[in-house]
Structure formats: C-alpha cells, structure tokens
Design a protein. Structure first.
Length: 271
C-alpha cells in the first residue's frame, strides 16, 4: 500500500488504488467495532473507539514488526559470509557454482551431506530455514541484504551402496531486492515518458545497480558452494567433475554425521 502511495505521486491514475485499500481496511475495523461484544457497564463510546483503533492499527504494526524482524534475524552476519573455508586445492579448482555432484560407495546419500551442512551452519552462525515438507528446497540460507540461497539435493542409487548425490544452489531475491527494483523501474519509466529523448545516465545507473546485484549474488553463492564442499568432505563424499572424474579420496577421517540430530524430518541412519 505504501509503495502504491509513492507510485501515485508519479502516476496520478493510480492514486485511487491506495485510498481504496485504506478504505477497505477501515471498513473491516468498523465491522469489528460494531460486532464487538462488550459488557454493558463498559460499553461506552470510548470503548468502541478503542476497538476500532486497535483493529485498524493491528495489521499495520504486525506487518512492520514482521518485516523488521526479517531484516534483523534473517540475515547472516557479514563476517560469516566474508570468511572462507579451508579446502584442498583440488576441490576448489573445478565445478559449477550452481551444480555439484558427489559420489559414494559406502551408501552415503544426501542425508549424510545435509547433516554435515546443518552442523556447519550451526558452527559458523548462519541464518537458515529447513524444508517444512512443502518447499521445493532442502535448506534456505539467508545471506546478505539482497539475496538468499536455496539448496536442493537428490541422490541416485546405482546399486549396492553406490550413491550419486547431486546438489543445486539457486539465488533467491529477498523482499528488499524486489522493492528496490520496482521503485527503480517505476522511476525510470516515468522519467523516460516525460522527456523528449532517452536519458542514458538514468539507464546506466540502473544497469550499474543490476551489475552490483549480480556480483553480490555470485559472491554469496560462491561462499555457500565452499560450505557445501566442506560438508561433503566431512561426510565422506567424493566430488565429481564435469568430465565424470572423481577426485582422489581424502586422507582425512570421515565424520559420522547423525542427520536426525539436527534435522528431525530425516530418517534414522545407521552408524
């Protein structure tokens, strides 16, 4: 609604929309005031006015509280994102940032990998959410002010204890990115419609903003990819390159990860 109020400054035809939304909210609050059951001795004009004020303000306060809580708690500290994992050079060198593939001949599937990822997220202080059963991702990691990362996994069982686990990382825009882009595009279109020529400086400014967003997205995905590689190393999974070659087994001991200790939805795995 507040976005539409601001948009109406530049587009007069839209000014009626936020007023209609505000009027609808007031009508709902008015209905609460009329239908509220108040004891007769307390049923006064002041009490009815208090009901309508509370009913009108409550969704606004709740919305602001939800948004500012998201800004504060659903962002991973910058110091955590700037930190890099210590990985062998053979693991750092190859692979796409968006897709990773791992091999195991000891029956270690995606649940072992997810368990190791959960442990690293807790150790390093990341903010994240887990799949509730209805999401199309396993873990969503809240990154910087502009982006979050969705992690998806799947395991192909190749017979016996052979497992091929695939990992996909996807950038997801957060609400601040969407709002900033909507405002910037609206101002850009309004400016271009009210000048007789194309202003390259305004278009160039928005293009630079898009480049900035792209660099932030890549930096965050690169950091999460490092975390996934370390988790795979801990879980005893071997990275597979694009050419189908498996990296040499690490000399470090494999850690037994109790997945269900951090992810209650995961099945109980044998030790």
């Amino acid at each position: 609604m507040f976005f539409l109020f601001g948009l109406g400054i530049f587009l007069p035809a839209l000014r009626i929309v936020p007023y209609l939304m505000l009027g609808g909210t007031f009508c709902v609050a008015l209905s609460y005031m009329v239908r509220a059951r108040i004891e007769p001795k307390f049923d006064t004009v002041h009490a009815r006015l208090l009901v309508i004020i509370l009913a009108f303000v409550q969704p606004l306060v709740r919305g602001f509280s939800r948004y500012f809580t998201w800004l504060r708690f659903k962002r991973t500290p910058a110091s955590v994102i700037r930190k890099h994992e210590r990985l062998p050079e053979r693991i750092r060198a190859g692979g796409s940032l968006s897709r990773r593939t791992y091999w195991s001949e000891q029956g270690r599937d995606r649940h072992y990998l997810l368990g190791a990822v959960f442990e690293l997220l807790e150790e390093e202080g990341w903010r994240y959410s887990t799949d509730s059963g209805w999401n199309d991702w396993d873990i969503q990691m809240y990154g910087n002010f502009w982006w979050s990362i969705a992690l998806q996994t799947v395991t192909e069982y190749r017979g016996g204890e052979k497992c091929l686990t695939r990992v996909r990382l996807r950038n997801r825009m957060v609400i601040t990115t969407i709002i900033f882009n909507l405002v910037a595009i609206t101002l850009l279109i309004y400016r271009q419609l009210n000048v007789s020529h194309i202003e390259l400086w305004s278009i160039s400014g928005y293009v630079l903003f898009l480049v900035f967003l792209a660099t932030r997205a890549r930096a965050l995905k690169s950091r999460v990819a490092e975390l996934v590689e370390l988790a795979a190393l801990r879980a005893g999974l071997q990275p597979v390159t694009r050419k189908g070659k498996r990296a040499a087994p690490t000399t470090e001991p494999n850690l037994e990860v109790a997945v269900n200790a951090t992810d209650p939805a995961s099945p109980q795995l044998p030790g």
